[in-house]
Write a protein that binds this ligand. Structure first.
Ligand code: FAD
Ligand code: DHB
Length: 391
């Protein structure tokens, strides 16, 4: 087997890369170890930055998103029992976000690739990336019990945080930065109409809570919990009790409905430098993780991919390697901005597990500042809707 770009992982990074390369006449093959059904049903992110929306729309895969997604011009910060709207649209000269589930983006991209005759091999096993320090890299994998070698010009490691690509880079040439947080998020999907028109990020003495949505009938809700908690210790009544208390505001009611999905995620910040080695390029969660509070993970994956596509196009059109050589440095500038923003949002909105009155006063001071100073609000808004992709 041979292709131009061998892609490991059919998450948003790998699928978008494959689609954008196809539009530029560059061939790729995507290798994914899960089934199509599994990747199309896993519940994850929900917020797309303006730049991600523009990228998907420009690539012809934004039709369903435009019809079924929710365009939001603001978010609410809720604390002290009342809400404070951050008007992102006004503060950023007309930019906004789209609430559209990650698995819907995945469905749209898988369909676009397969309709165009693209190759996505699902349920592959034993993937290993090889010889990327030479001009003839390859990816070895098993499919239906048979071992194959996919020869390619470049390998894109889009296989998420637990993938095989990053660890294949020699430890002596990579530096990893990690911060873990003593918080987890318990997320639910519930069959109830959204209780608010925009996302609500709540700071409360019992811990953070977040109200989001998926459709006119489905709400997405999160609460801060202990990352070690067993989901079994969170029966639905306990979750609703916490949501009601943490999201409480005068004259406002949270709508309840049957819980159709629930799970707990840990939170971490992580970056590997550099994001490339020889002919192997990492993109998305394979190279960096942010805590979900700033809604940046999927968007960073899209930004990496747009940089990589431009560099590969330059390579194939002109045989020049400057953009490929600068790939990691170009991406890392945005990555570290998003790392800071996500850490900052997380630190401002989560309640320390040990009682820390000094920290609590700082958090309230910061929240008061963000909702009363247009300079502070503008900074939050600019980061939240996302800096331009060529920032
Ligand atoms: P992934 O989505 O992890 O995809 C990697 C793919 O590679 C997977 O399909 C995996 O099965 C496959 N794979 C792994 N190993 C191998 C292997 N060895 N061989 C073959 N295939 C392999 N981000 C936002 O921008 N906005 C949000 O609102 C947001 N909310 C979030 C909420 C939650 C609860 C969570 C968990 C995450 C959230 N994120 C959010 C983060 C976002 O989901 C990730 O950043 C995004 O999925 C990264 O995409 P990716 O393609 O890099 O990696
Ligand atoms: C959602 C997830 C996030 O991490 C966030 O900050 C906002 C919304 C969501 O899943 O809808």
């Amino acid at each position: 087997m041979r292709t131009q770009v061998g892609i490991v992982g059919a998450g948003p990074a790998g699928l978008l890369l494959s689609h954008l390369l196809h539009l530029q006449g560059i061939e790729s093959v995507v290798l994914e170890n899960r089934s199509r059904k599994d990747i199309e049903e896993t519940i994850r992110a929900g917020v797309l930055e303006q730049g991600t929306v523009d990228l998907l729309t420009g690539a012809g895969v934004g039709g369903r998103m435009a019809r079924e997604g929710f365009r939001h011009h603001g978010i609410e910060l809720r604390f002290g029992g009342r809400g404070h709207r951050i008007d992102m649209h006004a503060l950023t000269g007309g930019r906004s976000i789209m609430v559209y589930a990650q698995h819907e983006v995945i469905r749209d991209l898988v369909k676009a690739r397969l309709d165009a005759g693209g190759e996505i091999l699902f349920e592959v096993e034993g993937v290993s990336v090889r010889d990327f320090d030479t001009d003839a890299p390859s990816i070895r994998f098993r499919k239906d019990g048979v071992t194959h070698d996919l020869a390619c010009d470049f390998i894109a490691g889009c296989d998420g945080f637990h993938g095989v690509s990053r660890p294949a880079i020699p430890a002596s040439v990579r530096t990893e930065f990690l911060r873990t947080y003593p918080y987890g998020w318990l997320g639910i999907l519930t069959e109830a109409p959204p209780s608010a028109k925009e996302l609500v990020y709540a700071y409360h003495e019992r811990g953070f809570a977040l109200l989001s949505m998926r459709s006119p009938e489905i709400q997405r809700l999160y609460i801060q919990c202990d990352p070690e908690d067993d989901i079994a210790s969170w029966p639905d009544e306990r979750i609703w009790g916490e949501l009601h208390r943490r999201l409480a505001a005068d004259g406002w009611r949270l709508t309840e409905g049957p819980v159709i999905q629930k799970g707990i995620i840990a939170m971490r910040s992580f970056v590997v430098e550099p994001m490339q080695y020889g002919r192997l390029f990492l993109a998305g969660d394979a190279a960096h993780i942010v805590p979900p509070t700033g809604a940046k993970g999927l968007n960073l994956a899209a930004a990496d991919v747009s940089v990589l596509v431009r560099a590969l196009v330059e390579h194939y059109r002109t045989r020049r390697a400057e953009l490929l050589e600068r790939y990691s440095a170009t991406c890392l500038r945005r990555v570290w901005r998003a790392e800071h923003f996500s850490w900052w949002m997380t630190s401002m909105l989560h309640r320390s597990i040990v009682d820390d009155p000094f920290q609590q006063r700082l958090q309230r001071a910061q929240l008061d500042y963000v909702v009363s100073s247009s300079a502070a609000a503008k900074s939050l808004a600019e980061n939240y809707v996302g800096l331009p992709f060529d920032w």
